[in-house]
Design a protein around this ligand. Structure first.
Ligand code: PMM
Length: 267
């Protein structure tokens, strides 16, 4: 899955694809490079981010979804709002990626069910403005799986086909860097929960911290975290994830091919 953030303020690529034409061209490029799905989002969820109004999110997302879908791209819409999900699905989106797992807007799951669309339910404990206050776990993997189960039940109760539910551990969302590493080291437990798993590690701050300059301690800039992202993609794919969400496609495609080849050898 390739990412198109139609936002002025995303941590990794904020402002780069903020105009519709730039965003559409970027989405087409990601698809041409081999992304099976292009994820279009209009709200930055980086820690501390404030939410845009719904009208603004619609204005950012819908034209981009419409053009990409018309060009034959499989589009997912990254939104927590039922109205944005609805308009994006009408505009041709195939899937809804809700980082709140249906918690932020109680109508979203019904919209997904009505469209018979797949949905990504991410583990979430609150909006970006205060989510890091909730990064408190005895056992992060056990707890996030336990907290995803009622979200899956809510989706099914709203009419979503259980075969179209994807789960996501939510790296960086109410998680410390240590939590993220622990989740990545224990991916098989998340895969064993029995649903397709999506993972989005691409360019996240815990990688910037790992790759910090040894002399100055300055974090590595987001656009220089792609080699580490691809290294992680290999292990995540080997562990059996269904989808890996990334900003830069080619190296991650190669990593997925390496993992698939190694995996075939092991079985
Ligand atoms: N992370 C971001 C945005 N959307 N969606 C899912 N399903 N999982 C994630 O971890 C996730 C997401 C934030 O990263 P970005 O600013 O690079 O888009």
């Amino acid at each position: 899955m390739g990412v198109v953030n139609v936002t002025p303020d995303s941590f990794s690529d904020g402002g780069l694809w903020f105009d519709a034409e730039g965003a559409i061209n970027h989405g087409l490029r990601l698809a041409a490079q081999g992304a099976d799905i292009v994820d279009v989002g209009g709200e930055s969820t980086r820690p501390g981010a404030e939410r845009p109004p719904a009208e603004e999110e619609l204005r950012r997302v819908v034209p981009v979804v419409r053009e990409l879908a018309a060009a034959g791209v499989t589009v997912s819409v990254d939104t927590m709002r039922a109205e944005v999900a609805h308009q994006a699905l009408v505009a041709g989106a195939h899937m809804v990626n809700d980082v709140s797992g249906g918690l932020a807007d109680r109508d979203l799951l019904r919209v997904v069910a009505d469209a018979r669309a797949p949905v990504v339910l991410m583990h979430w404990r609150g909006h970006a403005s205060h989510m890091q206050e909730h990064a408190d776990y005895d056992d992060v993997v056990t707890e996030l799986i336990a907290e995803l189960r009622p979200r899956i039940d809510a989706a099914v109760a709203a009419g979503v086909d259980p075969g179209r539910v994807v789960i996501d551990p939510g790296l960086g969302f109410a998680k410390t860097w240590e939590h993220n590493w622990s989740i990545l080291a224990r991916m098989p437990e998340i895969v064993a929960a029995g649903f397709p798993v999506l993972v989005a590690a691409s360019r996240k701050t815990f990688l910037g911290e790992l790759l910090a300059d040894p002399h100055t301690g300055a974090r590595r800039a987001p656009a220089q975290r792609d080699a580490a992202t691809a290294a992680l993609t290999t292990t995540i794919a080997l562990d059996g994830a269904w989808c890996i969400r990334v900003h830069e496609v080619p190296a991650n495609m190669d990593a997925v091919l390496v993992a698939a080849r190694l995996g075939a050898e092991a079985h």
